[in-house]
Design a protein around this ligand. Sequence first.
Ligand code: GLA
Length: 688
Amino acid sequence: MSEVAQSPDDERVAASSRRSAPWPTESLSFGGDYSPEQWPWEVVLEDLALMREAGVNLVTLGVFSWAVHEPREGVFDFTWLDRMLDLLHENGIAVDLATPTAAVPMWLHRLHPEILPQDRHRHPLAPGGRLGWCPSSPVFRGYALRIVERLAEHVAGHPAVRMWHVSNELGGGNARCHCPVSNARFREWVAAKYGTVDALNAAWGMAFWGNTYSSFEEVTTPWGETAHNPGQLLDYERFSSDELLDHYRAEKDVLRGLAPGVPVTTNFMVGLGPDVVDYTRWADEMDIVANDHYTFGPDPLRHQDLAFSGDRMRGLSRGEPWMLMEHATGASSWHRINQPKAPGELARHALAHVARGSDSVMYFQWRAPRSGTEKFHSAMLPHSGPQSRVFRDVVDLGAHLDALAEVRGSTVASAEVAILHDNEAGWALKSGLKPINDLRYADTARAVHNALFARAVTADVVAPWTALDAYRLVIVPGLFLVSDENARTVHDFVEAGGTVLVTWFSGIVDEVNTVRLGGYPGAFRSLLGVTSEEFSPLDADQSLRLDNGWTVRRWAERLREPAPDDGAEVLARHTEGALAGGPALTRRRVGAGAAYYLSVDLDPESLGALVDRLLEEKEIGPTAVVSRGVEAVRRVGDDASYLFLINHSEDDGRAEASGVDLLTGAEHSGIVSIAAGGVVVIREHGRS
Ligand code: GLA
């Protein structure tokens, strides 16, 4: 990772100056969400024995236990918790203790129905479920901080408590609230941001359709069914994220004061963006950055989805180890169809997260419940009990993680490729009408990442304000919104010798969601030396050929023929339709570097060919020479480097590497075989 990074506030901070929080376990953390309050004590005793058998060393306790700790308003009872903490500690299992604020007790709903979040039709959610609270509600905040305070006071100093887990998946259900309190807070937020109504009208372009405000009093959250202003929509997303972050900070402050030295985190839901809240701007508030990641069984590229999320997590943690807080041993239960993992996939997925920088393998959940909404969600200990294939796999995985203990604290080897990703670009993309209205942010990022994955090239997925000097190739994939400063960072990177690939629909709007005039892609036009005049999207059954044989789908643009002064050369042209003869792919040499503009959406094969060209030009090689279907990622520690080789294919695979396989003890010299569906982790000779 780059040494110096720029925060969203433009304040430059050295990555190395980030506080290094103590990790909750000595070796890699292994365990999951544990809900013993749902079971009788004899089951709890069986759990502890089975956890020991599996090598579990960390559990997340108390996520949904508010009603246990405070069964009635103002009545606190920590007897159950005390017993659980002692038992876990006696069994050598550390605790990631949750504040229970995701689970509002029914008595609180009865006393204060006004805390329920309201959907965009201004209908309150019903009590039950979870996260049934408005992020801006002072009433809820008061009750929440009181239970957090009592809990932290009570357990302070208990040796089992090694980490704090604030609430659960903040925003998972309550991220957007339209209640009167949220409306009032949104008005305050908007007024604080813009100062005057005129500035607000100008920023959001309210003159369009004559929606001009005469007072901040007229501002509402974008509720109901109407075509809301895109500036308002984008700011409402930012506001909603800020309100939840404020809640996190309030809980964290209480925990910090009462239990200093214990790291505090909350579990993100980083998958394919945009995120429900702005994790990119939240991450620095976490002592350890943690994620919940779930794959979708029928998705043939699910391991690549996992890799993308892992590379994003590493970007969020600025290269430091991050924590996989939850994933699944098998099926989840919220999809249309929920399929178990294929044989061997449990280990492949777990170790793929570790390969990409996680120092933990945690699951939702330890034991499958027999009742409740998620009673069919998979677990480390399934309904069928310890004789099951899943539990045997869990025990084997525990042994593997034990064998990999020395990997903890190492970091993923510096990537030479960065992919820029910003939730605000995703939020802006979905605000207002577009040439294609079902574009998904990060699809292009994911397509490029897939191409790199297939070539065993590791990329960091980072915020656009990251210092880019340490990279050789930067991808700007459909970065619809970008600030002048961030566009400048890309420009400076190229001047200094880097290569950038900017793809279609990047740099289109500024931070207030206003189109940059003079031709697309506004923010990058001068860097690229191109001007795009018109978008020309393609329907699902349409495609176009370029003169180099590449195939275009979904998106094309009318690019003006570059003038000699523009400095851009045309590398590929359209051959068909209204755009025939026009430029599709360009390159401009800038300073010591090069800036490519891809104005079309390419099919995977053609995109792969472009990626090959860029890698070759920058002399960026694979992490290891591997056969098809083998994922290769390297972690580097103080004394050794570790090559993770994960074979996602149904054929036996090979890699060029030498060293000892930490999972089997086998020595390899030159060539390593990886059985179909298998994993090998090599402590490499001759590298450190
Ligand atoms: C999320 C939650 C868990 C559980 C799992 C599985 O990650 O944090 O409490 O609901 O999903 O659905």
